[in-house]
Design a protein. Structure first.
Length: 242
């Protein structure tokens, strides 16, 4: 932590704010451009997002619009989420570039691998959420019984879907954060290994609480990889320590 303070002391408050503003503008511009692209190819994206619904209810998977603004709201939401997803490599890169001046030269070389790992893990989390969402919809429909016929509002459906993908994507950054903490010597691999039982219990409880759909399959789809990532982060931390 001392070297972070030393690096911070080398810059004035105005320079810090200028750095934050510059990197925020780059990230916002990337999200905007990617969002415009997603806005233009909205029909194709909507078809992909509708697939889990059609998997759960193949006979009737049409959306029910109840407001004249539903179509516009849906298109804007898809553009924003798609823009964030497509621009995530640039966003992660800007975040790491802001952090790396406070690191040693030997640690700055890990910036690119960390950015790549962040993007890959985020994408894997989103993909797992996408693949398990159809089962989540089936579970939620079965809870109410077979006498109910469901017609979803597109914005409510998309809101739950996006929330699930974001939660999975962000929580899959867990091993990247752990390895970063190990490199910064905030935690040690031996300490993480010693507390693995508490970590497994915490991950399981957190997965049950934060899984938006609440179904067991989605919870396991989140908890099992996170437990595996926990031990993977310990192994990677030991390798870097050598």
């Amino acid at each position: 932590m001392a070297r972070f303070r030393k690096a911070a002391e080398g810059m004035t408050l105005a320079e810090h704010l200028a750095e934050v503003r510059r990197r925020s503008l780059v990230s916002a511009s990337a999200i905007t451009v990617a969002g415009v692209i997603c806005f233009l190819i909205y029909p194709q994206i909507l078809h992909v997002l509708q697939e889990p619904y059609c998997h759960a209810a193949p006979r009737h998977c049409q959306f029910l619009g109840t407001n004249p603004l539903d179509g516009l709201t849906l298109r804007v939401k898809i553009a924003l989420f798609g823009g964030l997803l497509l621009a995530s490599p640039i966003v992660f890169w800007e975040i790491w570039r802001f952090v790396t001046p406070g690191l040693k030269a030997t640690e700055r070389r890990y910036a690119v691998p960390f950015v790549v790992a962040s993007v890959v893990f985020f994408a894997v989390g989103v993909a797992i959420a996408y693949l398990s969402f159809g089962h989540a919809i089936s579970f939620l429909q079965s809870i109410g019984g077979h006498t109910l016929v469901y017609f979803y509002n597109p914005n409510q459906y998309l809101g739950l879907f996006i929330m699930m993908m974001l939660i999975f994507g962000l929580t899959f950054e867990f091993p990247v954060v752990l390895v970063a903490l190990e490199l910064a010597r905030v935690v040690r691999p031996a300490t993480l290994l010693h507390g693995w039982r508490y970590a497994v219990i915490t991950i399981t409880i957190a997965s049950a609480v934060f899984t938006p759909s609440g179904d067991p399959l989605s919870m396991l789809a989140l908890a099992v990889p996170l437990v595996a990532f926990y031990f993977l982060a310990i192994a990677v931390g030991k390798i870097f320590k050598r």
